[in-house]
Design a protein around this ligand. Structure first.
Ligand code: FAD
Length: 158
């Protein structure tokens, strides 16, 4: 099977979009990720998958902490920024909670300590032990077949 077939099949799974944030020596890094899932209720665990080339790996490995920020449909520009899809640099404001940089106005900020990590092929899976959660009302940013969507466009057939 070629890579395109695999990617196309994975793109049939509609997801939300998150930005993973972490900081080292006061420098914040953000990375867009849709490979996110809830794992366990007791204890409360979640999982993210980070590509081997992502700079985010060394930050998470050194700090042992990260936050999953679940984006609203008003935050597509942040998804594009933290995926390296925008050419210009931007100054992003973060809020800080217990040493975690979090994105304001995200639908949820899920603060985690790394519980375990596993190398799986060309990605590393990080299981995060959830230490705190903040939530806001709003509609989610969606990703399906390689394109951003929102609930309104889907219900209008878009
Ligand atoms: P970089 O490439 O260094 O950073 C990404 C961008 O964020 C750069 O443009 C950088 O300038 C900017 N940036 C970082 N920190 C800041 C800051 N503090 N202030 C302002 N700008 C900043 N990859 C995965 O590994 N796993 C996934 O689950 C995943 N899901 C994705 C889902 C979607 C919808 C998209 C579009 C991409 C996804 N990617 C995923 C790809 C991933 O987002 C990119 O490969 C990303 O560029 C890799 O991040 P990096 O750590 O190497 O950071």
């Amino acid at each position: 099977m070629d890579d395109r077939t695999f990617r196309n099949a994975m793109g049939k799974f509609a997801t939300g979009v998150t930005v993973i944030t972490s900081s080292l020596d006061g420098q914040v890094r953000g990375m867009t990720a849709n490979a996110f899932m809830s794992v366990s209720l007791n204890p409360k665990l979640i999982l993210i998958s980070v590509g081997e080339k992502a700079k985010m790996n060394s930050v998470i490995q050194q700090t042992g902490k990260f936050t999953v920020n679940i984006l609203s449909d008003q935050q597509q520009d942040l998804s594009m920024l933290f995926a390296g899809q925008l050419k210009e640099e931007r100054n992003v404001e973060f809020n800080w909670i217990d040493g975690h940089p979090i994105l304001p106005d995200a639908l949820a900020n899920i603060l985690c300590d790394v519980d375990t990590s596993y190398i799986a092929g060309d990605h590393t899976l990080y299981i995060g032990k959830v230490t705190d959660i903040y939530m806001k009302e709003g509609d989610p940013l969606l990703f399906f077949e390689g394109k951003y969507r929102n609930i309104a466009s889907l219900s209008n057939g878009g």
